[in-house]
Design a protein around this ligand. Structure first.
Ligand SMILES: NC(=O)c1ccc[n+]([C@@H]2O[C@H](COP(=O)([O-])OP(=O)(O)OC[C@H]3O[C@@H](n4cnc5c(N)ncnc54)[C@H](OP(=O)(O)O)[C@@H]3O)[C@@H](O)[C@H]2O)c1
Length: 317
């Protein structure tokens, strides 16, 4: 099969098209004929650093849609021919290839109204957003939330979930993405370059019940000043700086890391995501579609910033 393989760890140029053997499956796995794979920042981080053991010969790609080609003997909920979507764990080769082996309990049937491109764009970011906003963030009807990085792959889904949960949504993004973020359900978009989010929240809401940070840097540290006492702060990127204000305000800080999450929650999460997509509470946001052979171009575009939603690669057979 054709696959985009790491020749080493480094820049996007290390992603090379190679012939590789079709994967063999274990009894608890399925073999998927891959149709589309979305790019996530973690792919770029792994490509550069070799995290999770992905060095020369490794295959990335952790947001997948396709059709079931073969099922292992222990698999009961899927059959050959089913259209599926999933986010695999980071223990084996990713799906930047024509075929991919994955443990079946992480896989769900693709909602019929979604194409393969849209379905590939939603599992990793959707699981992260759901865990952060609803599971760890406990966002409730009538509460107020601030989402930082609202136009990105995770943020664009988090805004939709927060809006659907009945919260008032403040969203931080660049002015170029303000219209999109408003259309996803943000009540008030804060321009990250011309407005100070702390001042805006102080002035317009006093404080928020939940702050969800998808960017990192000092957002968590600064954001502690505008989270209500006993409120919650969830981050998916290592926060920097002095976090001691959280102690004095009784703020609960949650870290969400999908890569280290429990399989139990991942299995529940993909089921929940399927329901949200079927009911069209959640809609994938795709900014760009490229053939898999252009993976290096996609990595460069993601790393140069300024985009929104997801970049998706299509796989030809
Ligand atoms: N822990 C986990 O489980 C987990 C899971 C998924 C992702 N992540 C991490 O979370 C981060 C976001 O992921 P993603 O997929 O949403 O990334 P993404 O699609 O690249 O989006 C990032 C967004 O951040 C905004 N941004 C960039 N620089 C900013 C700045 N200085 N201040 C405020 N906003 C800025 C950009 O939008 P604007 O230009 O419009 O502001 C961009 O759309 C990445 O670091 C990723 O590795 C962690």
């Amino acid at each position: 099969m054709k696959a985009m393989v790491l020749s080493a760890n480094g820049g996007p140029e290390v992603l090379t098209l190679q012939d590789r053997p079709k994967p063999e499956i274990r009894p608890d796995q399925i073999l998927v004929k891959v149709q589309a794979v979305a790019l996530n920042p973690i792919d770029c981080k792994i490509r550069k650093t070799g995290a999770f053991g992905y060095g020369a010969g490794g295959i990335l790609g952790f947001d997948v849609s396709g059709t079931v080609e073969q099922t292992g003997t222990l698999v009961t909920h899927l059959q050959p021919g089913d259209a599926v979507f999933y986010c695999p764990d980071f223990s084996g080769p990713g799906a930047n290839a024509q075929y991919h082996a994955v443990r079946a309990d992480l896989v769900a049937k693709k909602p019929e109204h979604l194409g393969y491109i849209e379905a590939a764009a939603v599992s990793l970011a959707g699981l992260t957003a759901w865990t952060a906003v609803l599971e760890q963030g406990h966002l409730r009807l009538g509460q107020t939330v601030l989402i930082v990085g609202a136009a990105g792959g995770v943020g664009s889904l988090a805004v939709q979930l927060a809006h659907a949960a009945g919260a008032y949504v403040f969203a931080v993004c660049s002015s170029a993405n303000a219209g999109l973020v408003r259309s996803l359900g943000a009540d008030r978009v804060i321009d990250r370059l011309s407005e100070d989010f702390v001042s805006v929240i102080h002035k317009e809401a006093g404080a928020v019940d939940l702050l969800f940070d998808c960017v990192g840097g000092d957002y968590v540290q600064r954001g502690m000043a505008i989270v209500k006492p006993m409120g919650r702060l969830v981050t998916i990127v290592d926060p920097k700086g002095d976090l001691s204000l959280g102690y004095r305000h009784n703020i609960t800080l949650h870290y969400v890391s999908l890569a280290f999450d429990s399989i139990r929650r991942r299995v529940d999460g993909i089921k929940m995501l399927t329901v949200l997509l079927e009911r069209e509470i959640l809609k994938p946001v795709v900014s760009r579609v490229l053939p898999l052979e252009k993976l290096a171009v996609a990595h460069r575009e993601l790393e140069s910033g300024g985009g929104f939603g997801k970049i998706v690669l299509t796989v030809s057979h």
